[in-house]
Design a protein around this ligand. Structure first.
Ligand SMILES: *[C@@H]1O[C@H](CO)[C@@H](O)[C@H](O)[C@H]1NC(C)=O
Ligand SMILES: *[C@@H]1O[C@H](CO)[C@@H](O)[C@H](O)[C@H]1NC(C)=O
Ligand SMILES: [Cu+2]
Length: 233
């Protein structure tokens, strides 16, 4: 991040109220450089969320819809290996974490990759119920998952998402923090990922897992994850 001396105090003050981004892709335990393999997001400075689940920015939230993808690297990752996203601070809002993948045509750094009904969910972490409240570990700074061993080799996008739910009791209140990594998957198999969904399109915003008051849950409440089932290969 470039910060001039004059704006430093202002920037430091802004950070205290800021949210977060997922600038670093993690490959087998090692975090890579900011925005090296994750498409730089429009909130790279503000850290603010996307709240319109029907908007184009809900896909990958690129800084520039045509220039960001080709300017971002493509990581080579083996099917069956562990990858993930590291945030620029604690993921301090309680919420739901998910990772979606999409085959990327013609390449992982193509601006149009992932614009069809091509996405499948590969991992999720549900918030937990504590009495009448929904919580999650708000001290974590990263999340990782395993690329299914049977995923066919080829170019893909990997989209990490957190739906922060602290103000989700009115429509559009859920806050989405998003990052898309560009990868070539090697050593894969012949699995058929499903079900396939579009992003945007996967959520309406009215799902019980996205529109709820996490501070006043009814007795016996069970969190219902939004979106499709996980494909685990
Ligand atoms: C990714 O795979 C494509 C072929 O699908 C290849 O042309 C490209 O060079 C690969 N990129 C990297 C960085 O390995
Ligand atoms: C669960 O709720 C209790 C009472 O509000 C609180 O003291 C405790 O820290 C919570 N535990 C977790 C894991 O959030
Ligand atoms: Cu926030």
């Amino acid at each position: 991040m470039k910060i001039s001396v004059g704006s430093f105090v202002l920037a430091a003050a802004a950070v205290a109220t800021a949210h977060y981004t997922f600038p670093d892709f993690i490959i087998n335990g090692a975090a890579t450089t900011d925005w090296q393999y994750v498409r730089e997001t429009a909130n790279h400075y503000s850290n603010g969320p996307v709240t319109d689940v029907t908007s184009q920015p809900f896909r990958c939230y690129e800084l520039d819809s045509s220039a960001t993808a080709p300017a971002t690297g493509i990581a080579t990752v083996a099917a069956g290996s562990t990858v993930g996203f590291k945030a620029n601070g604690a993921i301090y809002h309680p919420g739901y974490l998910a990772v979606y993948m999409s085959a990327a045509s013609p390449a992982a750094n193509s601006p149009n990759a992932g614009t069809g009904q091509t996405w499948f969910k590969v991992w999720q972490k549900l918030p937990t119920v504590n009495g009448s409240q929904l919580t999650s570990d708000t001290t974590i700074t990263q999340f990782t998952f395993t690329i299914p061993k049977s995923l066919p080799s080829g170019p893909y996008l990997i989209r990490g998402e957190q739906a922060a739910l602290h103000v989700a009791s009115t429509y559009g209140g859920a806050q989405f923090y998003i990052g898309c990594a560009q990868v070539n998957v090697t050593n894969g198999g012949s699995g058929k990922p499903s079900p396939l969904v579009s992003i945007p399109g996967v959520y309406t915003g009215n799902e019980p897992g996205l529109l709820l008051n996490i501070y006043n849950l009814p007795a016996g409440y069970v969190y219902q994850a939004p979106g499709p089932a996980v494909w685990s290969g």
